[in-house]
Design a protein. Structure first.
Length: 150
């Protein structure tokens, strides 16, 4: 897993509209890169809507937001439109970025073990260096976890 003090890769991936999303395009701003398991599930929707509803405040504090999951661009587009999300969603079906950040791993639910995305939020400074990692994400208050610790 990437940790505080580590550089993040510039290229995050391709968003729901087929555009490249790079850390460098957010020049001079901090970037919240949050990894979530699946579009249109209750926790992931609550998390995305928390960022959506608080994006203006985050932007006023100098942040941009990027969501990442293994879902397809088509799924991301539907999710973004359904919930009027106002930030890019990067698709990573091959798990390259997920593995780089160390958020693809073994999970357990209802007595079952499987591989999946470990919900994690990274706060990246204006120089592309991780300044904070949030491993216990409060999906309903995900944006507040950034705002309240600014």
């Amino acid at each position: 897993m990437l940790n505080v003090g580590d550089n993040v890769p510039d290229m995050l991936g391709i968003d729901e509209d087929g555009r490249e999303i790079r850390i460098s395009q957010f020049e001079g701003r901090k970037v919240v890169v949050y990894f979530y398991p699946k579009d249109n599930t209750p926790g992931c929707t609550a998390e995305a809507c928390s960022f959506r509803d608080n994006l203006c405040e985050l932007q006023s504090l100098g942040y941009a937001v990027v969501g990442v999951s293994a879902d397809s661009a088509v799924s991301h587009k539907r999710f973004k439109e359904k919930h009027t999300l106002n930030f890019p969603l990067v698709t990573d079906p091959e798990h390259k970025l997920l593995e780089t950040f160390g958020v693809w791993g073994e999970k357990k639910m209802a007595g079952r073990t499987y591989m999946g995305i470990i919900r994690t939020t990274f706060v990246v400074d204006a120089n592309g260096i991780i300044e904070r990692v949030i491993k216990k994400v409060d999906t309903k208050n995900a944006a507040s976890q950034i705002i309240d610790n600014n």
